[in-house]
Write a protein that binds this ligand. Sequence first.
Ligand code: ADP
Length: 397
Amino acid sequence: MNVLVINCGSSSLKYQLINSDTEAVLAKGLCERIGIDGRLVYQKAGLDKEITEAPMPTHKEAIQMVLDALTNEKTGALKSLSEVDAIGHRVVHGGEKFAKSVVIDDEVIAAVEECNDLAPLHNPANLIGIRVCAELMPGVPQVGVFDTAFHQTMPAKAYLYGLPIEYYDKYKVRRYGFHGTSHSFVSKRAIEFLGLDKNNSKVIVCHLGNGSSISAVVNGECVDTTMGLTPLEGVVMGTRSGNIDPAIMEFISKKEGLDIDGMMTVLNKKSGLLGLSGGVSSDMRDLEAAAESGNKNAENAVDVLCYSITKFVGGYVAAMNGVDAIVFTAGIGENDGKVRKAVVDNLGYLGITLDEEANKKRGEDIVISTADSKVKVAVIPTNEELMICRETVSLVK
Ligand code: ADP
């Protein structure tokens, strides 16, 4: 089957066309600056990237351009659109309504719409992608794969906040967690790759990218995760603060004369590694370079990140009463051996030892703990698009 995977943002759209039998990516790319001017990046497997600047007033023109590129006579990956067998959409927030991926119909669209409140920037964009695909490719089955779904197995003690319960009852204020597609993909792969018994396994997945989250997975099911009602909670991230004392909001807003929107901008866009480093960068590579050349703020930012990860990992070991494997993924998790070492070195009390040579390798599934380490540590590159493709196929086949 050919599956078109779509990840629709408010002004951008990422896509991949995947052959589900071979799991090969036939073509991929993105549309940027939708509603501003418009730029299509298209790359057929084995060929160079093509970049086309063209007006994209709405997502409809953007998706039409993707479909035209996919069926282009010279560089298209398909002869005609009839070769698209199914479409898989990333949907950010499924609230408590979606614990699994679903085939999209009118009822599902209405239920996703009801979750818009919880992800006002993302869900409406995801829905536009779904509606436009239905219009441009009528009859092709569409599947929604939710960032929150994998975490729906968390027990109440993990998802309830210490707030008046009426806010949960009335507004469903609770921990949902995000990056679920990645946590699901990586934890499943870890169990397989490390030869663990799925029904008797405790795995911690550290998804560390621009946005970062950590999850605790027992017997293949998520029991806790660091992101919350929104992706702001948890580990220190590129520009997001992660956990802070909530009273800091009042304190800073009074000192700086900020309203709630201004405060949220600080916490989402100006904090984390960027904020801690005094504006040096939100990118780990820049920070490590700056730290090496003596920038104390950059050094502190890296230390705060590593310490923050370590505390969550340690907390999840306690929450699960043990751990069989700790797995690193996403941009920092897959590439940054120094961060992995800093985290693992602090967990020596668990009998974990790092294989320093293996920790230098990149780009593949790899065990980075020594053979006698009591807990396995691995790097597993995430692949959310492939996971969305697999979910889509399992529902439409
Ligand atoms: P997103 O959350 O946007 O998908 P990614 O998973 O691509 O982000 O991760 C981006 C982060 O990964 C950035 O902080 C970047 O610096 C970091 N990163 C990528 N490559 C490396 C590398 N070789 N060494 C250290 N950090 C890296």
